[in-house]
Design a binder for this molecule. Structure first.
Ligand code: BG6
Length: 495
């Protein structure tokens, strides 16, 4: 429960994820009274730091990255006395004995058995050795109180994902394993289920009889930044489609769960992945498009092409853009295309799901009246704009009968004053509470890998000859337009 004393042990304590996301999230949970009275956050890494150094570092990070702005002195003092640092060598059993001692000391002090959360904010190469050593030190024996949080990437392909699942399954119960997909923690993403399943007007039309196609677009203006060493071995398909975009697709396409329990929800989501049409090599050619950015101008500055970025192979074959057309072969969705696209160094940063409904069966208005006719669309904006809008036709005021498209809008800014919590606040809280609904189960991860493997192997085996094929600040390669235009549609411009 919320009040159970908790110890966080963060591997990668001096790293980027802790600085930007975890520490600010924990601090905001503290400010909003979501942390138990007794808690302890132990950062660990190779660098030698004192507790004081570590606290200073996190204070700087929080001042820079927290949604609540600069930390308040009094609050910070209260919070930071629970922060500790332990230098570690993840290969050395002594390191883990030390964690064990610290947990024991807390248990004695708090006169209870604390929940212990091991957070893997490190490179995935280290997941297996850390998990194994946690187990060898006897730190994972109590499934009720110990949990492990695994950051992405979960595997490099289907085979390595399976290996990692097997290794973890040898140490932990599934209910102790929290695989992060941070998109699932986003406020607007959680709202997709609320919107679909708490309203009676949607279900009757949420199917192939009324929906013509679905678009899921996650575009970013940022380039690869300093992450070339990871990204050049990954690419957009692994980095975004395998996890975030397919999870969004599952939320749109899933059947109604019977209740909101973690496994019920995850069963309905994994059903979608199982129903998705498998790609043959021919399908890959027809239904999947890749791109890589070249240089270009963004906000008045010339930016480098992907191959010129730090730690990227000068001859890289890695895609920084991917667009894929998927089908879900079940009764609800048979024949309805789901177009997914994502990329870096694109013209706009926006994550948007658009549901396009079929046209009216018969138009009663004269052509002049309906010049700007547009089929109904439901637009779910995840970020940066947070809104849901339904586009409908309406009569423009005036003496003539002219129709135009108008928006019925629910937007967060106009509706709520409270700031939405960050994804990591939700997810860290859920790991404390023991709620796995928003985490990836092992079989989900594998099903998603299985689906994209044919595309991955085709792209790996066949070098793209025309990279770079889009310039920074564009909408991606022309072939992405062609992919959707062949079906008579186009990518919607974003709100
Ligand atoms: C991460 C990817 O999982 O998600 C990054 O590794 C990407 O490449 C990021 O930039 C996008 O997340 P958000 O929350 O900024 O949309």
């Amino acid at each position: 429960t919320k009040n159970n004393p908790t110890v966080f042990i963060i591997f990668g304590g001096t790293g980027d994820l802790n600085a930007r996301k975890l520490a600010p999230a924990l601090y905001n949970l503290f400010l909003d009274n979501w942390l138990p009275k007794q808690f302890s956050i132990i950062g660990t890494g190779r660098t030698k730091l004192s507790d004081e150094d570590f606290r200073k570092k996190l204070l700087d990070d929080i001042n820079q990255f927290s949604r609540s702005g600069k930390a308040d002195k009094k609050k910070w003092d209260e919070f930071s006395k629970n922060l500790f640092y332990q230098v570690s060598d993840i290969n050395d059993s002594e390191t883990y004995k030390e964690f064990g001692k610290r947990v024991e000391a807390h248990n004695t002090e708090w006169k209870t058995k604390a929940t212990v959360i091991y957070y893997m904010a490190v490179s995935p190469n280290f997941f297996p050795i850390i998990a194994t050593n946690i187990s060898k030190a006897g730190l994972a024996v109590d499934p009720e109180t110990t949990r492990i949080v695994i950051e992405k990437p979960f595997g490099h392909d289907l085979e390595t994902a399976k290996e990692l699942n097997q290794l973890l399954a040898g140490i932990f119960n599934e209910k102790q394993i929290y695989r992060i997909d941070h998109y699932l923690g986003k406020e607007t993403v959680q709202n997709i289920m609320a919107f679909r399943f708490a309203n009676s007007i949607l279900e009757p039309i949420w199917n192939r009889n009324y929906i013509e196609h679905v678009q899921i677009s996650v575009t970013e203006q940022l380039g690869v930044e300093e992450r070339g060493d990871y990204y050049d071995g990954a690419g957009a398909l692994r980095d975004m489609i395998q996890n975030h975009l397919l999870q969004l697709l599952c939320l749109v396409a899933m059947e109604t769960p019977v209740n909101f329990s973690a496994d019920e929800v995850r069963n309905r989501k994994v059903d979608v992945l199982h129903a998705m049409r498998k790609f043959s090599p021919d399908d890959v050619r027809m239904s999947a498009v890749r791109g890589q950015y070249g240089k270009g101008w963004m906000e008045g500055k010339e930016v480098a092409g992907y191959r010129e970025e730090p730690k990227v192979d000068k001859d890289s074959n890695t895609e920084t853009f991917a667009a894929v057309k998927f089908f879900v072969d079940n009764w609800r969705w048979q024949g309805i295309p789901f177009y997914l696209r994502t990329g870096k160094r694109l013209h706009q940063t926006a994550s948007v799901i658009t549901i396009q409904f079929k046209d009216v069966p018969h138009k009663v208005f004269p052509t002049e009246a309906a010049e700007s006719w547009q089929q109904n669309r439901l637009i779910i904006s995840i970020q940066p704009e947070m809104s849901i809008r339904l586009q409908v036709q309406a009569k423009r005021p005036g003496l003539d009968m002219i129709l135009n498209t108008v928006d019925m809008v629910f937007d967060y800014k106009g509706t709520y004053t409270a700031q939405a919590p960050e994804a990591y606040e939700t997810l860290l809280l859920d790991t404390m509470l023991g709620d796995q609904t928003l985490f990836m189960r092992g079989d989900q991860v594998e099903a998603a890998w299985e689906l994209i493997m044919p595309i991955l192997s085709t792209w790996t085996n066949k070098k793209s000859l025309n990279f770079p094929n889009y310039s920074a600040n564009s909408w991606g390669p022309e072939s992405a337009e062609a992919l959707i235009a062949r079906d008579g549609f186009n990518w919607f411009s974003l709100p």
